[in-house]
Design a protein around this ligand. Structure first.
Ligand code: GCO
Length: 506
């Protein structure tokens, strides 16, 4: 409590004040003091300390899922296969040969799942719409039965006071387009995606006004077509050259741009359009001006951000990233970059981990630091515990890309833990609570310092089909017993429920 008493009570500006108290939060965190203790201030001090880890009253609390990961009903009501249905059937691609055929059976259980969301207290829900449910052949006839499912789902959400945020493509593109022209290898894909957006928004735009075009372009392009690696992502085509991989990225960006235009042209109501990116976050290993500058440089010029986030937000690939690609840079047609750089209403940010950087006397001016073998990791080989990544990712959109007032939503954040149900029927996922508390503290820091972070969607509402990991990895705050489809809220669900209720970090 000694630290608290040293907080000055007279300060010149709100921003200064909040950043000082946020600094304190970080110090408390570093000292390993639980936030609940940190915020339990003596009553006499309460008034002079406006910052008790609370969030602005209009901050969005939500949870996220994706169509293929939860819906199941793969062959019902006219849906045809997506590239993931096919990929799952290639031996050795997905653990245990798991598929999304049944997944969480959300297609049939959505009413109970929406009740669960209401119990959690979220007012915002991000979910995926399945392209092969709406247009089973990828192009051409619309399957109205598929549309009806999303009508029923969104009506139920709205009845419970939950705003739907729909992602139009979360990786499950129609297999028919893979068969026709190799999906993202063709420019045709961008046009077909835009038409799908248009048809969907025409039909559902009366009840959905928050749209997200595409989820994580990096994953289904770089990892779906990777040269020289076994791609862990559908369609799993190994193309001949790196240039062809970059071309799939370019086509996906184009699809996003054309999709934005199509949504805006088709919507019957004012709408907000977002792109969801899992851009990389670089954390200055020590917060000095030199290292912050190093983080800024890495943020814009490393290949992943330089070829996805940067063109989407600025309408140009990062020059250094392009230079590093050399002859592998994608072919760009006249007008493409303008289409790609459509103004966005919101940026969706999926953040799980990050890398530490420091200034270096090399041509790039920075170096990315390797993590030691014993660095803490969640139940996934890529998921290093780097809570500051959330703060630095948000900050760099302002600082490195100049997008100081572009609203940002954390559209995914969470972790896999090795959960089991106890004899008492509980799931005590305390490592997830630890993870969330630490990442949300960094969300709080970003908001406190005035960065335009407007909301947070936890990944995920419930355990689900974790792509090439099948059902062997659990990211939910609700446990799913896949044999019975029984849902059990975990300890983290109860914790998040209370955070939402009090609108502050606990
Ligand atoms: C992603 C996807 C999600 C995953 C989640 C955990 O970020 O990879 O958007 O569908 O399930 O991220 O890996």
């Amino acid at each position: 409590m000694k630290d608290h008493q040293s907080i000055p009570t007279v300060l010149t500006s709100r921003r200064n004040f909040l950043s000082k108290t946020a600094g304190l939060a970080a110090a408390v965190a570093a000292a390993g003091v639980p936030a609940s203790i940190a915020s339990a201030r003596p009553a006499r001090m309460a008034k002079s300390l406006p910052d008790d880890f609370s969030f602005p009253p209009d901050f969005y609390w939500g949870a996220a899922t994706a169509a293929y990961q939860i819906e199941g009903a793969a062959n019902e009501d006219g849906r045809k296969p997506s590239v993931w249905d096919t990929f799952c059937r290639i031996p050795g691609r997905v653990k245990n040969g798991d598929t999304g055929d049944v997944a969480c059976d959300h297609y049939h259980r959505f009413e109970a799942d929406v009740k669960l969301m209401a119990e959690l207290g979220i007012k915002h829900y991000r979910f995926g719409i399945s392209w092969p449910r709406i247009i089973p052949d990828g192009r051409g006839a619309v399957n109205e039965k598929g549309v009806d499912f999303y009508r029923r789902l969104t009506d139920t959400l709205l009845q419970h006071g939950i705003t739907p945020h729909a992602t139009l493509l979360h990786w499950d593109s129609p297999q028919a387009l893979e068969d026709r022209y190799g999906s993202w290898r063709s420019r045709e894909m961008a046009k077909d995606f835009a038409e799908y957006c248009s048809q969907t928004v025409k039909r559902l735009g009366d009840r959905i006004t928050d749209w997200m075009t595409i989820n994580e372009i990096y994953c289904f392009t770089y990892m779906g077509y990777g040269v020289g690696q076994v791609p862990p992502h559908a369609p799993g085509t190994i193309v001949k050259s790196r240039k062809e991989v970059l071309q799939t990225v370019h086509h996906a960006l184009l699809a996003h741009g054309l999709g934005c235009q199509a949504i805006r042209a088709a919507t019957p109501k004012p709408t907000r359009v977002a792109l969801v990116v899992n851009f990389e976050s670089y954390i200055p290993v020590i917060e000095t001006p030199e290292n912050i500058e190093a983080a800024r440089k890495a943020f814009v010029s490393e290949e992943h951000n330089g070829t996805v986030l940067v063109p989407a937000l600025t309408g140009a690939y990062n020059a250094q990233a392009l230079e590093a690609l050399g002859a592998d840079a994608p072919d760009i047609q006249a007008g493409d970059m303008k289409t790609i750089g459509q103004p966005l209403d919101v940026l969706g940010y999926n953040i799980y981990t990050g890398s530490y950087v420091r200034a270096a006397a090399n041509a790039r001016g920075y170096e990315i630091l390797p993590l030691p073998r014993e660095y803490p990791q969640m139940h996934m080989p890529w998921l290093n515990f780097v809570p500051e990544s959330l703060y630095w990712g948000v900050r760099m959109v302002s600082e490195a890309l100049g997008k100081k007032s572009l609203p940002i939503l954390i559209t995914e954040n969470g972790c896999a833990t090795d959960d089991t149900v106890t004899a008492k029927g509980e799931v005590l996922d305390l490592s997830r609570v630890m993870y969330l508390r630490s990442y949300l503290r960094n969300a709080h820091r970003a908001v406190s310092e005035g960065y335009p972070l407007k909301g947070y969607f936890h990944w995920s509402l419930m355990d689900n089909f974790e792509w090439s990991w099948g059902y062997t990895r659990r990211f939910g705050i609700t446990h799913v017993d896949y044999a019975t489809q029984r849902r059990t809220p975990k300890q983290s669900f109860r914790w998040y429920q209370q955070v939402i209720k009090e609108n502050r970090l606990l």
